[in-house]
Design a protein around this ligand. Sequence first.
Ligand code: PLP
Length: 469
Amino acid sequence: MHDKSVQKTSYNLDMNANQALLNRSLASVWHPCTQMKQHETYPLIPITKGEGVWLYDANGKRYLDAVSSWWVNLFGHDNPRIKDAIKAQLDQLEHVMLAGFTHEPVVELSEKLAKLTGLGHAFYGSDGASATEIALKMSFHFWRNSGQPNKIKFISLQNSYHGETLGALGVTDVSIFKDTYAPLLTQSAQMPSPDFRLAEAGEGAEAFALRCADALETYVAAYHKSLAAFIIEPLVQCAAGMGMYHPIYLKRAREICSKYQVHLIADEIAVGFGRTGTMFASYTDCDAACTASNCCKNIDCRPDFMCLSKGITGGYLPLSCVLTRDEIYQAFYDDKITKAFLHSHSYTGNPLACSAALATLCIFETDNVIQKNQETSDFIWQKMQAFNEISITNLRRPNSNQSGMIFAVDIVTKNPNFARDCYASALENNLLVRPIGNTVYLMPPYTIDREEVEHALKASIHATSRACK
Ligand SMILES: *Cc1c(COP(=O)(O)O)cnc(C)c1O
């Protein structure tokens, strides 16, 4: 660690260094998901340090990271266990190509993920979107290898988000990301979303989910001969403003896909690793201690493909993974080279990223995280009720077993710049929240303590009421 005097000096320089860094950033970095011109009025924030749920800017001001740095951070910044695991791996092997070579971290990680999901083979990429691409290509290629070359189309849910590379954007349904690029994209059809906010007045969550599932079945029954896969975000459509739905929809989707021979791709990039109250949202009846293969004895609720990323390394390094069933893997296993899955990324299975993922899984095991999260979730939920004092609707958390670590409220306001104003106001009060439209959500690191929860709620409610004006 730096000693205090050094740190103080660097803070004193900050006012200049700070502005200089912002200027250099604006001159050289093209920031993601941003109209860069808006930084004329909303300055970038230079972050110099992270610790636990806190991010520290160059002036030493801190912000509670209530969005887990875009949903990736599970166990806080500067987590000693993940950091040590990466350091140890760094002394051993930083990287080796995974074609023709293998290494302990990637093997161990694949074994562990197989055990947790009941999906026997793991293929790696570096980002969520690349996992979506891999799953789509694999599904298509499976049908081709299996003598069904007409199964080439994909379906997804209305308001779905699966990433922003061209293939992933083709199955995404968020117009602000998609419309500009429409001429470049492969067409896909969108099924009615079971997001409970879209239900008719008076309709229950389960009844609505079943009605949407019936619509899915009607479509799949008519078009299954040309359908390769249905890709879905299990339980929560996060980018759609944390649209949550009843788990019965997943069960029905699995049945329908099996009945008509259409793959089910579970995009657990955001919801995986405990966000919905179970290790994976696809297995709503499982807890962390039970593996998918032994807790789904009666119904086989496994998807055909599962995409993982974001929290997989605890937010430390880019890594994504597509898990699939051994039967699917077998359809590529042949003397013919073209039957193989000839897809690669340079950093496939990077050992440092895998070591971070192994440390993350180890924390889940040794700290009983899923069980502990239930308490944290209940405490946050209780504190969330204070939102009821301002104009809101749909206070919610995942619908599986009323736990999970995603919390959302839809704000009723006439302010067209609500999201931006709320974000800015929260920052003033030491909180990082990024509303999606009029939805304010918290998706904090699991390590958040009670005092920090109280701060997050107080600051988010304050920011919300100010931004409503
Ligand atoms: C974030 C996200 C992706 C894309 O992941 P990137 O790493 O941003 O490419 C895909 N699907 C879902 C559900 C996501 O939340």
